[in-house]
Design a protein around this ligand. Structure first.
Ligand code: HEM
Ligand SMILES: *[C@@H]1O[C@H](CO)[C@@H](O)[C@H](O)[C@H]1NC(C)=O
Length: 492
């Protein structure tokens, strides 16, 4: 009797345990946000930031059969991309990405594989090679930029256009050497890339991942995207052909030559890099390296128009270090520690308006965990850099423009505008070099003034693949003239 009671109790306990195992999942996933149309919201970075009030800095939602996990804090992003990079360095191969990826040969959208690692290394070395001794050339191009600005003679200028011409010329020179001038390649290539990004970003294309059966229906967005991809490839192909035809063994004119030679050296094979990889590296440099840097520069100008006191202090800093106005010595990137306020201003604008606010989506290669939550394999990971930079537990009054917060680096942690870990931006050094030198030159030579006394530019970010600013004009007053006015004024 006693024995059967004991057996019964043991049996019941075992059943209870089994029931627990079956009903309570051993996993502890991030909170789930219901709904499935999140990714097609306007102002996506802000929308995702707002969701943190209810769900915390880490949450997920469903995209078709996959999970999208959104990271909205610097701690979470660094834990994923730096500490656990082995698990978080993949790229999802969504429908749209597979279309633009050219058989998986793209660098920025390629999944993390041994071949991709070789590709990234090739691109990194090619860029380093081409950047070698770049500063005198940039110097020259900035002189041209300043001349072009001066030629406007005080009439208002669309400064974004000027900056874009500048950043395109740099990438054009690095990629194709002196042979191809800016005007030969642009603006047709620029327009093509811009339209390609717009089409890539459209809900008509995103929706095809959520509702795959729609791929069988006519879709103007998709048609546009395919057309732009073809145009893109024709333009790049033409440059590649010219380079191959004129390549002289042992002579490296630019980074295209560099990559073509490296690929010839290693031979051909399915596990080797091919000309398609060179092709896509060039595409990536043009997409990654032109509008991003030009937009950052334009944002800085806009913030300075709103904060003339900061502009005045920047000019004082430059005058003190280099001598005043147009005739002063040109600034050097190596000396940037001598310009702490300029450095802090750049850091502050990159914090407030990171031009790639959601980075590029990552993807988990294996099951992992983040901030104590389980993250399944094959999840799409979105790093909301914009949200991380507006975290009030990290930066006091995160929405205010206050470069001074970065004057004492030990008091204020830096942002992560270029991402972090093995997928970090390949062009960070080039971008920082360009931004620093252009600003130093422009502010040394000119005072930036709004178009009219009551027409400050809007600081509202326009989110897309890049964070854009609405068009605005700026007047550039040569500081030479300013100096003349003040001296003649004082002599009276
Ligand atoms: C202010 C300017 C720039 C900013 C804020 C910026 C930011 C970023 C960010 C956030 C990423 C994604 C990182 C990730 O997915 O984790 C990225 C990737 C990338 N950027 Fe930039 N970028 C800038 C300029 C440039 C320039 C000048 C170039 C090229 C010369 C460039 C080339 C690339 C490439 C190739 C990638 C893909 C890297 C990979 O997937 O491994 N970027 N950038
Ligand atoms: C520029 O400012 C950032 C942010 O405060 C800081 O981390 C960095 O060390 C500064 N760089 C130089 C060269 O002063």
């Amino acid at each position: 009797m006693l024995l059967s009671v004991v057996v019964l109790l043991i049996l019941l306990a075992a059943l209870g345990w089994l029931w627990m195992q079956l009903t309570v999942s051993p996993h502890h996933f991030p909170p789930l946000v219901p709904g499935f149309l999140h990714l097609i919201q306007d102002d996506l970075p802000c929308y995702l930031l707002k969701l943190t009030q209810k769900y915390g800095p880490l949450y997920r939602f469903h995209l078709g059969i996959r999970d999208v996990v959104v990271l909205n804090s610097k701690t979470a992003i660094e834990e994923a991309f730096v500490k656990k990079w082995m698990y978080f360095s993949g790229r999802p191969q969504t429908f749209a990405i597979r279309l633009v990826n050219k058989d998986g040969q793209d660098l920025s959208l390629g999944d993390y594989t041994p071949l991709w690692k070789a590709h990234r290394k090739l691109a990194r070395f090619a860029l380093l090679y081409a950047q070698n001794n770049l500063e005198p050339l940039i110097e020259q191009m900035i002189q041209d930029l300043c001349k072009s600005l001066l030629a406007h003679n005080g009439t208002p200028v669309n400064i974004y256009e000027e900056f874009l011409k500048f950043t395109c010329s740099i990438i054009c020179f690095l990629s194709f050497g002196e042979k191809v001038s800016y005007s030969a390649l642009f603006p047709s290539f620029n327009d093509c890339i811009e339209e390609l990004l717009l089409a890539f970003d459209s809900w008509q294309v995103h929706i095809l991942d959520i509702l795959p059966f729609l791929r069988f229906f006519p879709n103007p967005g998709l048609r546009k995207l395919k057309k732009m991809i073809e145009k893109r490839d024709r333009i790049v192909q033409k440059q590649l052909r010219w380079h191959k035809e004129t390549l002289v063994e042992g002579q490296t004119r630019d980074l295209t030559d560099y990559m073509l030679q490296k690929i010839r050296e290693q031979g051909e094979g399915p596990d080797e890099l091919s000309e398609g990889h060179v092709h896509m590296t060039l595409v990536d440099l043009f997409i990654g390296g032109t509008e991003t840097t030009a937009s950052t520069l334009t944002w800085i100008v806009a913030f300075l128009l709103h904060h003339p006191e900061i502009q005045r202090r920047l000019q004082e800093e430059l005058d003190q270090e280099l001598g005043p106005g147009f005739s002063g010595n040109p600034p050097n990137y190596g000396d940037r520690a001598r310009f702490p306020l300029l450095n802090a201003t750049i850091a502050e604008v990159l914090r407030l308006r990171p031009v790639a606010p959601l980075a590029i989506p990552h993807c988990t290669k294996q099951t992992s965990s983040l901030c104590g939550f389980d993250i399944p394999k094959n999840s799409i990971i979105i790093a909301n850099i914009y949200a991380a930079h507006h975290d009030d537990s990290v930066w006091a009054q995160p929405y205010d423009f206050r470069p001074d917060r970065f004057l004492e680096p030990e008091l204020s942690p830096v942002g992560i505008p270029f991402g972090c870990g093995p997928r970090t931006c390949l062009g960070e050094r080039l971008a920082r070099l360009e931004v620093f030198l252009v600003l130093a030159h422009v502010l040394q030579a000119f005072t930036l003034l709004p178009e009219g006394s009551h027409t400050l530019p809007s600081l509202k970010p326009v989110f897309g693949t890049n964070t854009k600013i609405l068009d605005f004009l700026v007047r550039l007053q040569p500081r030479e003239a300013e100096a003349r006015v003040t001296t003649s004024g004082s002599s009276l």
